[in-house]
Ligand binder design. Structure first.
Ligand code: ZN
Length: 142
């Protein structure tokens, strides 16, 4: 279940200090009208909320990390959910000792500084809808 896409545009920029990371990524993609794409970023956060999906219970457990950390790597994609661009992102963060944490990025992750690259693709729309097998809002492949 794969479809071909074509790289159309690249964007580079930074997110505002103090912004909610997921709100800022979603708003950026909505403003730039990117409905299909790839996101990557490095930087630092003031605190983070990460998710781990419990496959048996089909619910997200959240992990709150109330400390300053580096964004070692953030990677994500852009598709359409509820008729608007939606970013799904995972992150690896490191603390003062270099120890790393990772997971699905939840709202409540606050930017200290974040340098971001977004690749916008042209191709068939990818819509998210509830997948009953996983309980997740997955892409509806045509
Ligand atoms: Zn995820």
């Amino acid at each position: 279940m794969m479809q071909e896409v074509h790289l159309e545009r690249y964007f580079m920029g930074r997110l505002e200090h103090g912004a909610d990371l997921m709100d800022a990524l979603n708003q950026t993609c909505q403003r730039l009208q990117i409905g299909l794409g790839k996101v990557s970023a490095i930087g630092a956060v003031q605190r983070a909320v990460l998710g781990y999906y419990d496959q048996g219970q089909q619910v997200y457990q959240t992990i709150s990390l109330n400390q300053h950390m580096e964004i070692v790597q953030l990677t994500g994609n852009v598709s359409i959910k509820d008729d608007k661009p939606f970013v799904h992102a995972h992150v690896t963060l490191s603390d003062a000792t270099g120890r790393t944490y990772g997971g699905h990025v939840f709202p409540g992750t606050i930017v200290f500084a974040c340098e971001c690259v977004i690749q916008a693709f042209r191709g068939p729309v990818l819509q998210r809808a509830l997948d009953t097998t996983t309980g997740l809002p997955l892409w509806q492949m045509q």
